[in-house]
Design a protein around this ligand. Sequence first.
Ligand SMILES: Nc1nc2c(ncn2[C@@H]2O[C@H](COP(=O)(O)OP(=O)(O)OP(=O)(O)O)[C@@H](O)[C@H]2O)c(=O)[nH]1
Length: 202
Amino acid sequence: MGCASSLPDRNSGTLSGLSNSENAVPADAKNLRVKLVLLGDSGVGKSCIVLRFVRGQFDATSKVTVGASFLSQTIALQDSTTVKFEIWDTAGQERYSALAPLYYRGAGVAVIVYDITSPESFKKAQYWVKELQKHGSPDIVMALVGNKADLHEKREVPTEDGMELAEKNGMFFIETSAKTADNINQLFEEIGKRLPRPAPSS
Ligand SMILES: Nc1nc2c(ncn2[C@@H]2O[C@H](COP(=O)(O)OP(=O)(O)OP(=O)(O)O)[C@@H](O)[C@H]2O)c(=O)[nH]1
């Protein structure tokens, strides 16, 4: 039901392939590398966000994610820092929820996604915020994303609710549309700006 089948490395994640030791790992001051995990209810558009970011594509006719899938993408920020995102796109279906800690453990960034037309998905986002506060890395950068912003006539979660949840929990907040590409690159650029920089060596 989503973009997952369009992802080239779909479901390539194996437990042995997971590295939990790589937090926000600055390779050097100008080349950052970070493990990013996407969490959120099934169908909110996590795979579509990744596909839009990495490939510039949107596919309305593919399948749910099974387990998780992995992709990476490097961007350049305005200050000429580059950021390599190692992206774990987790499966939102309830049956996979026990796997989530394997993916968010050791992540430097967590992107929690909900669908602005679905109050249930917003509740699930609140659950993920709590879960990460309890079990994620203490210095994790967290972003809250209200996706499907193109469906404004079907909106059921006001922008203010997203802003409030994010503010209370020290998260960055943005509304996106994987369909129209609105704010997708901005989401990753803003995360990149918020990553901890290595202390300058003396
Ligand atoms: N209108 C609209 N539809 C979207 C958008 N993003 C995703 N969708 C649709 O939402 C459905 C689910 O998208 P996915 O990316 O598979 O959702 P997911 O969160 O990865 O779902 P799981 O793999 O089950 O966790 C698909 O039918 C997409 O076409 C968006 O920004 N706007």
